[in-house]
Design a protein around this ligand. Structure first.
Ligand SMILES: Cc1cc2nc3c(=O)[nH]c(=O)nc-3n(C[C@H](O)[C@H](O)[C@H](O)COP(=O)(O)OP(=O)(O)OC[C@H]3O[C@@H](n4cnc5c(N)ncnc54)[C@H](O)[C@@H]3O)c2cc1C
Ligand code: SF4
Length: 553
């Protein structure tokens, strides 16, 4: 089912975009179906990012009356985005969040997105699969958790989403070896450095996998290699749900209600079932009725919304009878190593995601830590490069010197599988946001295994850059990619949702974003989040005929 006509028959988004040099099908938005608050629609989705958009598109195709509410705007790449680091700040969720723990995770810049398309609007574009081992780390390694489903259950959904984004890359030798629908992109200076250094050390590194068009896909054009992927690709070459799933959803009768901040999931005190969502739009409080609710607001906002939806029936927060909401929140350790070369590298002249290695992904019995890490090109633009240098302690004239030397630097990043721990969690803070709602308090502390992994990753990246000919290397410690906080499990004592993303506590409430992941591997999470949502949608649509869902109603 991977030929273009087959992909188009399942998801027409790329063909619904204009091919006249503009980026948005305004007609689709103008003609979009609009439900009244008083309509009892089949499903209301909170959040229109990676997980929420896939649910929306799949269930619209199944004939459901479905709407997705997003707190942020409905972006128009032509008028809203600029190819400029400083000018892209409005893409991020910058509402206040309180951080705590021994190793707090900085928030408030580009941790997550706000607006239709979610965080994938400004994600880098790497789309690796998880490995089969990620689904059973407790059994294999005695750490983390086993998922209530195996890799094989997600494989068909990985394949579907890889075709729909679509993904380009070399044949992938790691995990479950597989190919990609599109050939690998040519690499720029940073990718060349990584490939050269890895080759000298006998480390396998491959080009891809990236959700960036290589060739033409529908009306989406080829990448032009200008490197602004993290600023929202104005070209429409990099995949985000705004262009990969929303157009098809609208064409199939879904509604996207932008600038609608959901404040509370309502439940019937008598039946315990969800009845819809309270939200604020244009300063007005409103309520959308629905037969089912799916929450997909990102790993911080999803647990926060559940906790803010407490009622007399759920006094400690929705779905939180067993104190599972907000727990096991994960973030990958992401040390970043830069190396200086006499020759110019000009790492900005390509998409930041180019080359990866998963050689160190699995547990190595010869090491004193469990699980592993991956290594990827990252290619910071000048402001982020200044942050890297400043984080190393350079300031004033030294910082200026590093900045003017920018074209000579290459940069690699690792993703370390920091373990899922129950005390790493979201709770509600005293502080309130502009809607009067308690903001999230995210407490995070590393364990010894996490620190050992980050040290190992740093050492391999420094070796690679030295082997490639770097005369100076500088490493900083960072975090990347939050997942977890409402994880799937076999029962309600160990998690919040089952393998189909259906909450244990409220039979017509689903959670379909990165919050449900029980482990994170050392892969970037978006592809897995979309695959999990597509599987959950299949489960729902399987019980539905002509907009009359039988599952969970
Ligand atoms: C800088 C950066 C680079 C990244 N690079 C990669 C990468 O290369 N590869 C990769 O796989 N992943 C990457 N990621 C991570 C990836 O983008 C996220 O993991 C993924 O998008 C999360 O999907 P989600 O569905 O959980 O949430 P999101 O995609 O963030 O969607 C959540 C949506 O919910 C909305 N929302 C939240 N609360 C409410 C509410 N109360 N009411 C209404 N709407 C609400 C938000 O506005 C948002 O649009 C990157 C992330 C960042 C920040
Ligand atoms: S490098 Fe390619 S994918 Fe990235 S922003 Fe430019 S055109 Fe888009």
């Amino acid at each position: 089912m991977g030929s273009r006509p087959a992909v188009r028959a399942r998801n027409e988004s790329a063909w619904l975009l204009p091919n006249d040099g503009t980026r948005t099908n305004h007609r689709l938005r103008v003609d979009m179906r609009q439900f009244a608050d008083s309509d009892e629609i089949d499903l209301v989705i909170v959040g229109c990012g990676a997980g929420g958009s896939v649910m929306l598109q799949r269930l619209a195709r199944a004939g459901w009356k479905v709407a997705a509410l997003d707190a942020g705007p409905f972006w128009d790449p032509d008028t809203d985005w600029v190819s400029d680091e400083a000018g892209s700040h409005q893409l991020y969720w910058t509402d206040p969040r309180v951080i705590a723990g021994t190793d707090p995770v900085p928030m408030g810049s580009n941790n997550s997105g706000r607006g239709v398309g979610g965080s994938m609007v400004h994600y880098a574009g790497y789309t690796p699969r998880f490995h089969p081992s990620d689904f059973m780390t407790r059994t294999l390694d005695g750490v983390g958790a086993d998922w209530p489903l195996h890799y094989a259950a997600l494989r068909p959904y990985y394949e579907q989403i890889e075709q729909e984004l679509p993904v380009a890359g070399e044949r992938w030798p790691w995990g479950d070896p597989h190919g990609y629908p599109y050939r690998p992109h040519p690499v720029g200076g940073n990718g060349e450095v990584f490939l050269r250094g890895a080759d000298k050390l006998g480390i396998t590194a491959k080009v891809g996998p990236v959700a960036i068009v290589n060739g033409r896909f529908g009306n989406r054009p080829h990448c032009i290699y200008r490197g602004f992927c993290l600023q929202g690709c104005k070209v429409n070459a990099k995949a985000s749900p705004l262009i990969t799933h929303i157009p098809d959803a609208l064409a199939r009768g879904a509604e996207v209600r932008a600038d609608a901040m959901v404040t509370h999931v309502a439940t019937d005190e008598r039946t315990g079932r969800a009845t819809g969502v309270h939200y604020v739009r244009n300063g007005k409080e409103r309520f959308q009725r629905a037969r089912m609710v799916a929450v997909a607001g990102y790993s911080i906002e999803t647990p926060r919304l559940l906790l803010n939806s407490a009622s007399s029936r759920f006094p400690d927060g929705l779905c939180n009878d067993f104190d599972q909401v907000g727990r096991y929140l994960m973030v990958q350790g992401a040390p970043q190593t830069a190396g200086r070369f006499d020759a110019e590298v000009r790492m900005y002249k390509a998409p930041p995601p180019e080359v990866s290695s998963e050689e160190f992904y699995e547990t190595d019995p010869g090491k004193d830590y469990k699980r592993g890490f991956s290594i990827q090109t990252v290619s910071p633009l000048p402001i982020t490069w200044a942050e890297h240098v400043a984080a190393q302690g350079h300031w004033g004239s030294a910082l200026r010197e590093y900045m003017s030397d920018y074209v000579h630097w290459s940069c690699l990043g690792a993703l370390c599988e920091f373990l899922a721990l129950p005390e790493n969690r979201v709770t509600l803070a005293e502080e309130k946001d502009s809607y009067g709602l308690p903001v999230a308090r995210f407490s995070y502390s590393q364990c010894d295994n996490d620190r050992a992994l980050a040290r190992a990753a740093q050492s391999v990246m420094e070796d690679i850059l030295h082997a490639a000919g770097a005369d100076e290397v500088i490493t900083i410690q960072r975090y990347a990619h939050l997942v977890g906080g409402a994880r799937m499990a076999l029962d309600e004592r160990h998690g919040v949702v089952d393998e189909n993303c259906r909450s244990f506590a409220v039979p017509n409430l689903y959670i379909t974003d990165g919050s449900v992941l029980p482990t994170q591997g050392s892969a970037n999470p978006a592809l897995t989040i979309m695959a999990v949502a597509a599987r959950a949608a299949d489960h729902l649509a399987g019980g539905a005929t002509g907009g009359t869902p039988t599952e969970g109603t």
